[in-house]
Ligand binder design. Sequence first.
Ligand code: TRP
Length: 335
Amino acid sequence: MSTSMPATLRVLTGYRPTGRLHLGHWFGNLQNMLKLQDEYDAFYFVADWHALTSEWQNPASIRRYTEDMVLDWLAAGLDPARCTIYRQSDVPEVIELELYFNMVLPMSWLERTPSYKEQQQQIGDKDLSNVGFFLYPSMMAADIVVLQAGAVPVGEDQAPHLELTREIVRRFNATYGKNCLVEPQALIAKLGARVPGTDGRKMSKSYGNGIFINDTPDEIRRKAMSFMTDPARKLKTDPGNPAICPLHQVHKLIADTDRIESWEQCCQSAECGCVAHKREFAEDLVAYLSEFQSRRAQLDKQPGYAWEVLEAGANRVRPIAKETITTCRQLVGIG
Ligand code: TRP
């Protein structure tokens, strides 16, 4: 990401409210969102319509996860005075823009999106053969373009979607007039740490290997004790290899360098065992999350607060979305 981008550059990202946030979200996304709110004109939205594309059979949880996600964001340090937090479904212009995109978008472009087939295979318990899910990348393009966002922070998984957004914008612009819509840039997140879960695979809700940021201290301790360590180290007397220890990779994210170095040394020399390491990791993690958790507990005492924040955000977003739609209506010939 070039440093020459202006501080007023509009950056946008959204997350689907389909579950509780875990350490993978905390380190992979949230820390980056905190940084970006100070560097750009940042817009963060709860992608509840996107959630519906996969949760349509069981939508009861979407509102609860929406509220939870906003409160987690706020407790983590997102500040509505420094960034705009809103809910996708409060901006119906998104759907209108998606409709116009669907005119210029060949079906084959959606069919070849790598995430489409992958997700259909991976998410086995959900019916993703619906048109809503098929059109997901088009809706994502509309989310971005309706706000005329200049950049989108993307990890590996979302990169093809952003590329598709750019292709849709180019085709729309070529059809209706040069450069009428902004082609968003990818902002490759440096902080996007890949966080292993308790079984050593990438932390993910669907693998059941997550430590959630709202887990109680006892839950954290219990999960820490079952966390995978160096698989080649069978006995405490075997020297361990911290570089391949999943627990240690997470420990590195939460503890200071001195502490980490002394653990590496102790493990490599077979002086310390994994059980002791797990215990210490658990206490470090409980301490690391305590400030966040107490702020979150405070926010829980203010019923309706999340919805107020979302409403204020929507009021900032709607005028921008209206302006885009007015232009697009004229361009497509119905304005
Ligand atoms: N596709 C993203 C996800 O699955 C969510 C999303 C929807 C998004 N619209 C977006 C992300 C626009 C960035 C920009 O998590």
